[in-house]
Design a protein around this ligand. Structure first.
Ligand code: GLU
Length: 478
């Protein structure tokens, strides 16, 4: 090569390099693209543990986390609802969504082609059976009954592994169309014997199916995480990682957890069964009154109904030894203040109770946000505004956040211990009562909201769900 040609080559090479650097630097990465579009599309399932509509709008554990992440990126959240797990993974594969937030278990199988974030929860897989039906004691018993799970789920994967490793005679049915609610419904109505769901799902849904119980844990703790596409550009993945790091330290993760799971252990089998019975027997007698009072005071009627169940089990003549009476258990003094003449009249009692709750809620400092505002107003309804304020002061003194129910509920019970109540203005109180009170009401409220959900009604109406055409029976390996 003579000098001239080598100069030409060098120039060419330099221009090519410049071109590459320029084009390379103008191509935006995923996060930049999302920011310039102003929105992020997240795929999820419509279920009580992930995403659903309540009286205020879209909510659910995954929705709230994804919303916080969208805020963190400074963009709007767009939810894409996948019909089933298989479609959800397809959304990721085809880049139809930026990531999936849907209670997904990290499994080796899925790990090959999606990228899982830092886990945000640990769950175990649980075998669920119907009380009074066949109760499996160990994995081998699963082969003795009819078992259904969702296709493409971690549960189906676990069964496949068991079949291969331990129980070749195991058979089960699976369909992509079975959501957890449907699986539980099938076991509850006796259509099938067992199913497998995640522990957080059963925890949340058990109150709707009091005749279902856990037979045993099929797995140890397994992590749930968000699933991202595997791509060379990992800007979004890294943004999510730093979001989760922040969420750990700033308390967001525990706050969302408390909001959806914090009150779940309240309703045991007996309580849930009784609530279900009373709802069927009594609620329609009073729901007009609850609706009316709710409209009047801009409240959710199901909150009033839940409160009244907690107060009196919907008994208009209820009476306690402390002298409180009626559907909403008003004291004589409060009734007088509110202009309630007859506490035993259900309408007057419900209207009075609603007015009193709203009054307490208004009185709380402005920095307390919903839903904590309502939970604290309920606590004040039960224990008195003064005691609630005392507990809030103790919370603050100890470095807690007194605008959060999650923190205050830990301090209320201390009001019954001398070394704490002697520091307060209003003194001794049975502080654990309002905590149980609020948590019970939240639980009853959840159940009423879910009963009102059109999908749920459908499930309950069709006593036995028709097995869909898409169902696959997995034969034994023998
Ligand atoms: N954790 C399950 C999975 O990753 C999804 C939950 C369910 O289908 O119930 O497959």
């Amino acid at each position: 090569m003579n000098n001239r040609t080598s100069r030409i080559f060098t120039r060419l090479f330099i221009s090519l390099l410049c071109l590459l650097t320029i084009t390379g630097s103008v191509r935006p990465n995923t996060v930049e693209k999302i920011r310039s579009q102003g929105e992020i599309v997240v795929t999820t399932r419509n279920s009580p543990t992930t995403y659903f509509e309540d009286n205020i709008g879209a909510t659910g554990y995954e929705f709230e986390l994804a919303k916080a992440f969208a805020d963190y990126l400074g963009v709007n959240l767009v939810i894409k609802q996948a019909d089933n797990l298989s479609d959800l993974y397809k959304d990721i594969e085809r880049n139809d969504a930026a990531f999936a937030a849907a209670g997904l278990t990290i499994t080796q199988d899925k790990n090959k082609w999606v990228r899982f974030s830092t886990p945000y929860m640990q769950v175990s897989q649980q075998v669920i059976y119907r009380r009074g039906g066949m109760r499996p004691k160990q994995v081998f018993d699963l082969a003795k009954g009819q078992l259904v799970v969702t296709s493409d789920s971690s549960h189906a994967l676990q069964l496949r592994e068991l079949q291969g490793r331990k129980i070749p005679e195991l058979t089960w049915s699976e369909s992509p169309d079975f959501e957890t609610v449907e699986l539980l419904q099938m076991v509850a109505t006796g259509e099938v014997d067992f199913t497998v769901v995640d522990s957080n799902e059963f925890e949340m849904l058990q109150a709707y199916y009091p005749n279902l119980a856990i037979a045993f844990d099929l797995t140890g703790a397994q992590p749930l995480a968000w699933a991202f596409p595997q791509s060379r550009d990992d800007s979004l993945f890294q943004a999510a990682e730093s979001f989760f790091r922040n969420a750990q330290t700033n308390g967001l993760l525990s706050e969302v957890r408390e909001r959806f799971y914090g009150h779940l252990d309240q309703l045991n089998y007996v309580g849930a069964k009784r609530f279900q019975k009373q709802t069927a027997k009594k609620l329609n007698k009073y729901d007009d009154l609850f609706q009316h009072a709710a409209d009047e005071h801009n409240l959710d009627w199901r909150l009033l109904a839940a409160m009244s169940y907690q107060e009196s089990h919907w008994n208009p003549r209820a009476k306690s030894f402390t002298g409180v009476r009626g559907m909403m258990m008003l004291t004589r003094r409060t009734a007088k203040e509110l202009g309630v003449r007859n506490r035993l009249d259900p309408k007057q009692s419900i209207d009075g109770g609603a007015a009193y709750l709203v009054k307490l809620r208004k009185r709380l400092p402005k920095n307390i946000q919903e839903p904590d505002r309502t939970w604290m107003a309920l606590a004040a309804y039960n224990v008195g505004y003064g005691h609630l304020t005392d507990a809030r002061k103790l919370t603050k003194k100890d470095g807690g956040d007194n605008s959060r129910w999650m923190d205050v509920k830990d301090y209320l019970p201390l009001l019954s211990q001398k070394r704490y109540y002697k520091q307060t203005k209003h003194g001794y109180a049975r502080g654990s009562e309002p905590v149980t009170y609020v948590q019970n009401i939240r639980r009853y409220f959840d159940v009423l909201v879910w009963n009102d959900n059109p999908d749920m009604e459908l499930a309950l109406e069709n006593e036995s769900l028709q097995l869909s055409a898409d169902i696959r029976v997995i034969p034994p390996l023998l």
